[in-house]
Design a protein around this ligand. Sequence first.
Ligand code: DX5
Ligand code: ZN
Length: 215
Amino acid sequence: MPIIAPSLLTSDFLQLANVADMLNKSEADWFHLDVMDGSFVPNISFGLPVIERIRTATTKTLDVHLMIVEPGKYAEDFKKAGADILTVHAEVCPNLHRNIQQIKELGMKASVAINPHTPVSALENVIQDIDMVCVMSVNPGFGGQKFIPHTIDKIRALKHLIKERGLSVLIEIDGGVTLDNAAAILHTGADVLVAGNTVFKSADPIATIAKLKSL
Ligand code: DX5
Ligand code: ZN
C-alpha cells in the first residue's frame, strides 16, 4: 500500500488545528510540510514556529520538505521543531553528502529532492546514504500545478538504480498528483504520494485520502 502524505500548503492556515484533526482521523500516513524561502523558490510559505505547533497536534510522521538555500544552517532547528524526515534539494547543496550525514546524525530520516531538470544520475553517489528521494513532478514553489509527464521516466530510472544496488530507498512523488494519475505513478515504482490540491480542494478530503491509499 502506498504511503500518503497530504501537503498542508493548500490547507486553510486559519484552521490548522482542524486540518490536523482531520488528517489524524484519516488514512494519511504523513504530514507533508513545505518550507519555502523566496530565494530557492519564488514563494514564501511557513517555517519553524508553524511546524512546532503542528508537532503538538499529531503523532504521525512529519515529512518536512525544505525548499530553502543553505538547509544545513537550519537542520538542527527543524529537528527541534519536530521533523521526522528532512528533505533537502540537491540543487542547493554543493556538499550534499555532508547535509545527509548531518540530518542522520540529528536523528532524522534523510531525503533528497530533485527538480524536474535534475537527472536521477545526480544521486548515484549518495543513493546508498539516504532514506528517500523526493522526485519533483512540478517546479517547486506552488501547489496546484500540472504533473510533468517526463517524471514517469525518472521514477523508472530511479527504481532501477535502487533495485540494482539492493537498497530500500523510498521514492516520493511531489506535485500534480491526482486521482487520475496516481495509479500509474505507483505502478511505475513510487512508494509515497504527496497530494496538496487533490486532497484539500476535494469535497471530502478523508474519502480522497482513502481512495489514494487504496490504489
Ligand atoms: C510544491 C510543493 C508540493 C505542493 C504539492 O513546491 O513541494 O508539496 O504542495 O501540491 P499539489 O499536490 O497541489 O501539486
Ligand atoms: Zn513538497
